[in-house]
Write a protein that binds this ligand. Structure first.
Ligand code: PLP
Length: 387
């Protein structure tokens, strides 16, 4: 039986060996980073080193990193109707979210549902900057400043949003910007200052780190969202609760390694392109989303007329290959992908998206096996069968 091939890095990248070793080592430390004894100071040192490693990945200042339980918590922390800037309280009247955002951002954080407005995507999946400009021009400043949430790279399609252009528009309207950089971090080079955003979110498990740890990164220490978890003074009063030292250490190492892997993403993009060429040769009628656009080097989302994504995912699984459906599955029914619907695809195509997301150690042999599997399963899928 050949080894399985995991091609679902965007759902969760496999734990890196170096990270696993550091987790095992750190687990046996019995210490709280707030304690003043040597053991506590050692734990504090580990947390602070990881903070520096995470900050370096996104060109941020070390003190701008607040560790959280993941990117979902980071989004809910940042999407707050009040911010503080020094001793001043800044009120945010309305949250504008891109229509292709991850559900943890679409949910609107701590804004009332009536204060959350969706910004349409263009047919190519990117945010429509003209609509952004028009919506901000019509913003009611009596309610407070606008907050705009835009992801850097989409988790389903890998398509990269023009975040720095959007941020310039938002800033010219006196607004604030939150950017979900979960999928982009370590896969495309960027820095928080180049993007021009106020906050960005990260998640360790997309980088080969452990699950249950992430970060909210702020461009300026001065600007803080209202705390979500109040209690102790951890994380400079931005997030109460004893730090997840083990998870944070693993996150730091993963961030450092992905900073190095950024140098070899060209090879990953070449493998992705070979995979796409193989798909098209076998099934010219498929559509590859964002093929000519700036995209993550590891991600392919393709739609297959007449094929339900879940059947294809099962067929790949039977061939020993893990991929995922672009669309979410709830109560046994495959829903259409909100991302593909936002791009204007009809229901049938919007539920046919298959996402392949390569891990950093993907090989040409993996791509060849994927293509061979598709050659075998595609004729069956067209007849509605997985096997
Ligand atoms: N944002 C994006 C783009 C994601 O892909 C995910 C995870 O799937 C999240 C946010 C949520 O991250 P976490 O699992 O750390 O809460």
């Amino acid at each position: 039986m050949p080894q399985r091939i995991y091609m679902d890095a965007n759902a969760g990248a496999p734990l890196l060996r170096e990270v696993r070793d550091s987790l095992v080592e750190t687990l046996s430390l019995a210490s709280n980073p707030s304690s003043v004894h040597s053991e506590g100071r050692r734990a504090r040192g580990l947390v602070e080193r990881a903070r520096g490693q995470v900050a370096a990945l996104v060109g941020a200042r070390t003190e701008g990193v607040t560790f959280t339980s993941g990117a979902t918590e980071a989004a809910v922390l940042a999407l707050s109707p009040t911010l503080s800037r020094g001793s001043e309280t800044v009120r945010l009247g309305r949250l504008y979210v891109g229509a292709t955002e991850h559900p943890c951002v679409l949910a609107g954080g701590r804004f009332a549902p009536e204060d959350v407005e969706r910004l349409p995507a263009r047919a190519d999946g990117r945010i429509d900057l003209d609509t952004l400009e028009a919506r901000l021009a019509a913003h009611d400043y009596a309610t407070g400043a606008p907050l705009v949430a835009l992801m850097l790279a989409n988790n389903e399609t890998g398509i990269v949003n023009p975040v720095s252009e959007a941020a310039r528009i938002v800033k010219s309207h006196g607004g604030f910007v939150f950017c979900d950089a979960v999928q982009a971090a370590g896969r495309i080079p960027f820095s928080i200052d180049e993007l021009g955003v106020d906050f960005l979110s990260l998640s360790a498990h997309k980088l080969g780190g452990p699950q249950g740890v992430g970060a909210l990164v702020s461009a300026s220490e001065d600007l803080r969202p209202a705390s979500l978890l109040r209690g102790g003074g951890q994380e400079r009063y931005k997030r109460a609760g004893t730090e997840n030292v083990t998870g944070i250490v693993g996150f730091g190492i993963a961030a450092e390694l992905f900073g190095i892997y950024l140098n070899s993403v060209g090879e990953l993009a070449r493998l992705r392109d070979e995979l796409e060429a193989g798909l098209i040769e076998i099934s010219p009628e498929i559509g590859i989303m964002g093929r000519d656009l700036a995209r993550l080097p590891n991600t392919t989302l393709f739609v297959v007329p007449g094929v339900a994504a879940e059947t294809a995912v099962i067929a790949f699984d039977l061939q020993g290959i893990a991929v995922s459906a672009g669309s979410a599955c709830s109560s046994g029914k495959v829903a259409a992908s909100h991302v593909l619907e936002a791009m204007g695809l009809p229901f049938d195509l919007a539920r046919s998206g298959i996402r392949v997301s390569l891990c950093v150690d993907a090989s040409r042999a993996d791509i060849h096996r994927f293509i061979a599997a598709w050659r075998e399963i595609y004729p069956r899928l067209r007849q509605g069968r997985a096997a």
